[in-house]
Design a protein around this ligand. Structure first.
Ligand code: CA
Length: 221
């Protein structure tokens, strides 16, 4: 695997390179944002610091997205919530808050890569406590209780399946609406909220669909 690290802090870059080398991950590094797009060939994931000395990280993210579909994980300093939201809205796949450790980064990288791959036909996502989402049979089963499948509408199932495939990563409202409804309209957010509310009630475990304020939803466990 090859990661493009866009990071102006030499110490952060050196520490990451060492940690990732132990996992047989190659790191290409840029200390500025202006040339990122011309360095994307052969890169599996871009790890993008939002605070760069030349170009705004959000702008760099938009350029990467415009140039192709290389996954991007944005990194920002602790507390810069607005940056994180902007990062997701500018096409980033996920975000990390500094300081983070190499293990956390690796988990995010694998999640992002897995999400980009087409799902296997017999994919079953375990929600814990016996509840599973069967993506191939398009049903939610409560294996623990041995009960019949949870009756969800097509859209409710589609929302849950999207969150289940994201494996705990945040799905923005825009993405959920676009993928589940195939279009957007002025009342789309409200409709999504209603579907999520019903989904929570039907699953009987409201915490399974966690709200990420101002961004969207993700699978909680
Ligand atoms: Ca920085």
């Amino acid at each position: 695997m090859r990661i493009l690290l866009v990071e102006d802090d030499d110490r952060v870059a050196a520490a990451l390179r060492t940690a990732l080398a132990r996992q047989q991950i190659e790191v290409a590094r840029l200390a500025t944002g202006r040339d990122v797009v011309s360095h994307l060939a052969g890169i599996d994931v871009v790890l993008l610091d939002l605070g760069l000395p030349d170009v705004d990280g959000i702008e760099v993210c938009r350029r990467i997205r415009a140039a192709g579909d290389t996954p991007v994980i944005v990194v920002s300093a602790r507390g810069e919530v607005d940056d994180r939201i902007l990062g997701l809205h500018s096409g980033a796949d996920d975000y990390l808050v500094k300081p983070y450790d190499a293990g956390e980064l690796l988990a995010r990288v694998h999640t992002v890569l897995r999400r980009r791959r087409p799902e296997p036909a017999d994919d079953v996502v375990d929600l814990g406590a016996g509840l599973v989402v069967d993506l191939a049979r398009r049903e939610v089963r409560d294996d623990g209780a041995g009960r019949s499948p949870v009756a969800l509408s097509r859209k409710e199932f589609a929302v849950l399946a999207l969150l289940a495939r994201a494996d705990g990563a945040v799905c923005t409202r825009e993405r959920i609406v676009a993928e589940v409804w195939g279009r957007t309209w002025p009342g789309a957010n409200r409709t999504l909220d209603v579907h999520v509310a019903t989904l929570r009630t039907k699953l009987g475990r409201p915490e399974l669909v966690a709200t990420v304020r101002g961004v969207g939803y993700r699978l909680g466990r």
